[in-house]
Design a binder for this molecule. Structure first.
Ligand SMILES: C[S@@+](CC[C@H](N)C(=O)[O-])C[C@H]1O[C@@H](n2cnc3c(N)ncnc32)[C@H](O)[C@@H]1O
Ligand SMILES: Nc1nc2[nH]cc(C(=O)O)c2c(=O)[nH]1
Ligand code: SF4
Ligand SMILES: [Mg+2]
Length: 258
């Protein structure tokens, strides 16, 4: 047993897929391999990734070493370095520092998506940290102090590195969510803000139904919400916000692993 294969350093993996394009936020359109960890401390009412959240899928989550994950990423990307997106579930639950270190040595860059409920000192070694605090429609409560810790942790790396680009990416379903997003942006005026219309037709939790057909995706409804969100933001003169759809959902619907 090497240091990286001890149980406490194994990373619980739901799926590794790509390269595809990043469908959301600051790196939209960029070639990306996704490393999705299993397990989440939240359960959002509209989560589109319940197969990495709900414990009924736990037996599909494989404990893997950082070396084994990197080997899979290298295989998928034909050894050509690209951006790796660490998502989940909440990837902040997992010990990802060694993976980032080994990957960086091999030329890979790492971004991470989290709701900002668990801060880690290794956030400082990321290239991009996307914080996605959850609005009222999710049914979740934001721990404001821990969200702040996420930002300070990311900024407190060694002084030779500037630390990651930190961005806010917030899902908006309705006016209450919009006001929440405005509040978060006001708290952190230095952080770029991305707004994303919510998908009210995410894949339901079922192991039996093929994902693509699990629930008809109401793309027309999502685009209606996107138009409302664009108009709402412009009407407010909130010109610092970037409004983007989930591009992968637009292209491929609720399909998993893309
Ligand atoms: C599945 S989450 C995983 C990472 C982390 N747990 C988080 O929520 O940031 C990745 C992104 O998908 C967004 N998301 C989840 N369900 C969604 C939905 N139904 N519509 C739009 N975005 C959604 C989340 O808000 C988050 O920004
Ligand atoms: N293409 C693509 N882009 C994404 N951006 C964020 C994703 C996620 O589930 O974290 C995601 C995903 O699952 N696929
Ligand atoms: S925090 Fe992210 S992964 Fe967890 S339930 Fe919410 S959207 Fe899903
Ligand atoms: Mg997703």
């Amino acid at each position: 047993m090497t240091a990286h294969t001890r149980p406490e350093t194994l990373i619980r993996i739901s799926e590794i897929f790509g390269p595809t394009i990043q469908g959301e936020g600051a790196l939209i359109g960029k070639p990306t391999v996704f490393v999705r960890t299993g397990g989440c401390d939240y359960r959002c009412a509209w989560c589109d990734t319940l197969h990495a959240v709900d414990s009924s899928h736990r037996d599909e989550w494989e404990p893997m070493s950082a070396e084994a994950i990197l080997a899979r990423v290298r295989q998928l990307s034909d050894g050509i370095p690209l951006t790796v997106s660490l998502s989940g579930g909440n990837p902040a639950i997992q010990p990802l520092d060694t993976l980032i270190e080994l990957g960086n040595r091999a030329g890979y860059e790492f971004c991470l998506e989290t709701q900002g409920s668990i801060a880690r000192d290794w956030f400082a070694r990321l290239n991009v940290l996307t914080l996605s605090p959850k609005p009222p429609s999710s049914g979740m409560e934001t721990d404001w102090s821990e969200l702040r810790h996420c930002i300070t942790a990311a900024r407190s790396g060694d002084t030779r590195s500037r630390g990651p680009l930190i961005v806010l990416k917030m899902v908006v379903f309705d006016e209450q969510d919009y006001l929440f997003a405005r509040k978060v942006a006001t708290l952190y005026p230095d952080l770029p803000v991305y707004l994303q219309p919510g998908n009210h037709t995410p894949p339901p939790l079922s192991k039996d139904v093929p994902d693509a057909d699990a629930q008809p995706l109401d793309m027309a409804g999502i685009l209606d919400r996107m138009r409302w969100l664009v108009e709402r933001t412009l009407r407010d003169g909130w010109h610092g916000a970037t409004v983007l759809p989930q591009l992968h959902t637009l292209l491929w619907g609720n399909l998993r692993g893309i």
